[in-house]
Design a protein around this ligand. Structure first.
Ligand code: ADP
Ligand code: ASP
Ligand code: MG
Length: 403
């Protein structure tokens, strides 16, 4: 039996008829040597446009109906791609997430994949068909459509590659691999031949849009090799795989930025046990993910807690915090949307000291103020003012020798 490959095409790869026909050619070429499962995203900016449309009707749209709407984007792509493949004389079938056996949990608009029962995919592959699956969607326990969070087609692709024991998962996009930083912002960025799951996880987690971070978690767990490459060229891209030994001592592998976070602070909170648990418990109950957290040292038995959330969650988070602040007799809740997170990532940090100090010095020399800091074993992130983002990324990329 031929090996199986999962090919995923992002929104920019299927943005119009010409591009869909180009994808059909790539897929049919591949199908001469492999069994192929294709995952596609909604065309172009359709998901953004659908969100805007929903919000023009209702500022806080019902999440179930929102998922019903968003799932239609990917459904257009699968049907059109299947038609394009058939008109080239190949056999294909399009499947929605639920038809493909993708089962999700019940958190609308950011559901997690619970399990995959790829019975229909396997049956159709056995009939010699190219199977085209709608990314970003699954069936939840109420038999409703749930979407998997922005960028979720990457997750569909990697999860299917794991479930079907594919030889490789190819992510086709508008850049030909993973770069040392966003090549759209910094043209000197360099393509990486290989990157480890851990580094890619951190890069994706701190804003490198090229891969959804949850998809890398799944890839690492199930050991799925990912090849990120261009839809529009045959050049090799970047392999994301287990830790790759580096010839030279590279300390920092990449720089990332994220303009999608907002900073929130609850001020003058009475300093006693259980307060943080109360605040973050309430946010987690509403499925609001918190990123960086800092608590100031207590002065006069009061302190402040600041943290960041996704801009989409800011409104909900603020109203929850205002309620809590009242019940705790704390001070005002303050928020700032004009912030950005910049991060440096590299496995080499494990064995090098002084990397954080160097990053802070580079920013200081540029007169860029750091508002919050968080670190992991292989990552350092800083919250800065939004207006300083491009300058910070450019200078860090240069000073860490990545250009
Ligand atoms: P798709 O629609 O194919 O899913 P995305 O827009 O989600 O594509 O991701 C590709 C984009 O990610 C690129 O156009 C690029 O601007 C951006 N990007 C950000 N950081 C990086 C990076 N380190 N390497 C490559 N691309 C990056
Ligand atoms: N269409 C969805 C989004 O824009 C999923 C994806 O493209 O991966 O987030
Ligand atoms: Mg994407």
């Amino acid at each position: 039996m031929l090996d199986l490959v999962v090919m995923k095409f992002g929104g920019s790869s299927v943005a119009n008829t010409e591009k869909i026909i180009n994808v059909a050619t790539r897929v049919t070429d591949k199908s001469k040597k492999y069994r192929v499962v294709v995952v596609v995203s909604a065309p172009g900016d359709m998901t953004d446009d659908l969100i805007d449309k929903a919000k023009s009707i209702n500022e806080s749209p019902d999440p179930r109906e929102m998922d019903m709407l968003l799932a239609t984007g990917e459904m257009q792509s699968i049907a059109l791609l299947s038609m394009a493949i058939k008109s080239k004389g190949f056999n294909a079938i399009s499947l929605t997430g639920p038809q493909a056996g993708i089962y999700a949990d019940s958190v609308h608009t950011k559901a997690k994949i619970k399990k995959i029962r790829p019975k229909k995919i396997v049956t159709e592959l056995q009939k010699g068909k190219i199977v085209i699956v709608a990314g970003f969607q699954g069936l939840n326990p109420n038999d409703d459509i749930a979407t998997l969070g922005r960028g979720g087609s990457d997750l569909t692709a990697v999860a299917l590659a794991a479930a079907l024991k594919a030889k490789e998962c190819e992510i086709y996009t508008d850049v030909n691999g993973v770069y040392t930083t966003d090549p759209r912002l910094i043209p000197e960025a360099k393509r990486l031949d290989k990157i480890s799951y851990d580094e890619m996880l951190e890069l994706a987690g701190v804003g490198s849009q090229v891969m959804m971070s949850r998809s890398i978690e799944v890839a690492k767990k199930y050991n799925v090799d990912i090849h990120v490459r261009s839809t529009f060229s045959d050049a090799n891209g970047t392999i994301i795989t287990k830790e790759v030994p580096k010839m030279e001592d590279v300390v920092v592998s990449g720089v990332a930025y994220d303009k999608n976070e907002a900073k929130l602070s609850v001020t003058d909170i009475p300093d006693k046990p259980g307060i943080a648990a109360k605040i973050f418990g309430a946010l987690s109950k509403k499925n609001i993910n918190v990123d960086m957290i800092i608590q100031s040292a207590a002065r006069e038995k009061y302190n402040d807690i600041s943290f960041t959330v996704s801009k989409n969650d800011l409104k909900n988070a603020t109203s929850i915090l205002k309620q809590i602040s009242r019940t705790l007799n704390a001070g005002p809740v303050i928020y700032d949307e004009n912030v950005a997170k910049i991060s440096i990532v590299g496995i080499g940090m494990r064995s090098h000291s002084g990397v954080a100090a160097k990053m802070f010095k580079i920013l200081a020399n540029e007169g860029i103020n750091i508002q919050m800091i968080s670190t992991s074993e292989i990552k350092i992130s800083c919250i800065i003012s939004n207006k300083d983002t491009n300058r910070a990324v450019r200078i860090l990329h240069k000073q860490f020798g990545l250009g």
